[in-house]
Design a protein around this ligand. Structure first.
Ligand code: ATP
Ligand code: MG
Length: 333
């Protein structure tokens, strides 16, 4: 029996961070033996809000690939696919556009939030507005059963499911309805205390950050703004330093003991942050080491990308042939 498929991806707008790890990468690594996995480096989607700086993409495609390899995604099992090199995706997006109403896009909560956040000064580009449709093509062209993502992506998966149902009802049962798989942490907050660590918000700890950078980022983290002295009772809820400790410190008793002292005003921010830095350093050290190793072999990384994209495109071409037949546009001329 053929294995079920996973499709997920990342925008090459920068290297990957802790949020990517707990939101999605961890599940991808865990499931890579069980599922036939395709991971899309979504440069076309990244262009929708970076079209004025397309030169950023190429270097970041490489950075993202390094992060994949660094966290233990095995290129023997997992295909890394560059989105713009699979033009079939663009074709499917155009067909899908007929199946989605403007009103549906208008209701997409993540899209709404991002539009507000990005504050497009020259007006909202149609390309950005319609990215949920293009993302539905990404997922469905691979006939993915499972999509490991962070919580912010749930509306995109729902949109994809709706499109699949419509397509299959209208034309033929060709496409697979995908399910989302949210990570251990659905949405990791930023170092600034903001709701989401995000490349475009500059509130990240990157998987490849050297120890001095991690230390600097941890030491300048947002904590409890109501606490002026280490002897003031502090709040651990909504305090990202404790959120990160909860996630990354395997010694739960130690975290509870720190929380207890923090609440009672018996430990300073600096000590808690020192502890967090050490915890993160233990977590990141092996990732950093593997990352540096692959960074010194750029030709090998390129080969992995070329091979992954070739295999991914072959799958996309097969699906498109079925899609055209189902839509009765597979003309025998
Ligand atoms: P950008 O700011 O360019 O949108 P991003 O940091 O949001 O970048 P994406 O490439 O958009 O990263 O997201 C890739 C995947 O990582 C998605 O599945 C997303 O849900 C997940 N992800 C990103 N940030 C977080 C986070 N802070 N917590 C959990 N999951 C996250
Ligand atoms: Mg994003």
């Amino acid at each position: 029996m053929t294995r079920k498929r996973i499709l997920t991806g990342d925008r090459p707008t920068g290297p990957l961070h802790l949020g990517h790890y707990v939101g999605s990468l961890q599940n991808r690594v865990r499931l890579q033996d069980e599922y036939e996995t395709y991971i899309l480096i979504a440069d076309v989607q990244a262009l929708t809000d970076n079209f004025e700086h397309p030169e950023k993409l190429e270097a970041n495609i490489f950075e993202v690939a390094l992060d994949y390899l660094a966290v233990g995604l095995d290129p023997e099992k997992v295909q890394f696919v560059i989105q713009s090199m699979v033009p079939e995706l663009t074709e499917l997006t155009i067909y899908f556009m007929n199946l989605v109403t403007v009103a549906t896009l208008e209701r997409n909560p993540t899209l709404k939030e991002e539009i507000k956040q990005k504050n497009f000064t020259k007006g909202l580009p149609v390309g950005f507005y319609t990215y949920p449709i293009s993302q539905a093509s990404d997922i469905t062209i691979f006939k993915a059963h499972l999509v490991p993502v962070g919580e912010d992506q749930l509306p995109m998966i729902e949109q994809s499911r709706e499109i699949v149902r419509r397509f299959n009802r209208l034309y033929d049962r060709v496409l697979v309805e995908p399910k989302a798989l949210v990570g251990e942490v659905a949405r990791l907050p930023g170092t600034d205390g903001g709701a989401k660590m995000s490349k475009s918000l500059g509130n990240c700890i990157y998987l490849g950050d050297p120890p001095e950078t991690v230390r600097k980022r941890v030491m300048s983290m947002y904590t409890d703004p109501t606490r002026l002295r280490p002897t003031d009772p502090g709040h651990v809820e909504g305090n990202p330093v404790f959120t990160y400790l909860d996630v990354f410190n395997p010694d739960k008793a130690e975290v509870e003991e720190l929380k207890d002292r923090y609440r009672k005003g018996r430990v300073g921010d600096v000590e808690v942050k020192e502890r967090l830095f050490r915890v993160l350093d233990v977590f990141l050290a092996p990732i950093r080491e593997r990352r540096n190793e692959f960074a010194s072999k750029p030709d090998r990384v390129k080969e992995i990308l070329v091979e992954g994209t070739r295999k991914g495109r072959a799958v996309a071409q097969d699906t498109m042939a079925e899609v055209r037949t189902a839509m009765k546009i597979s003309y025998k001329l």
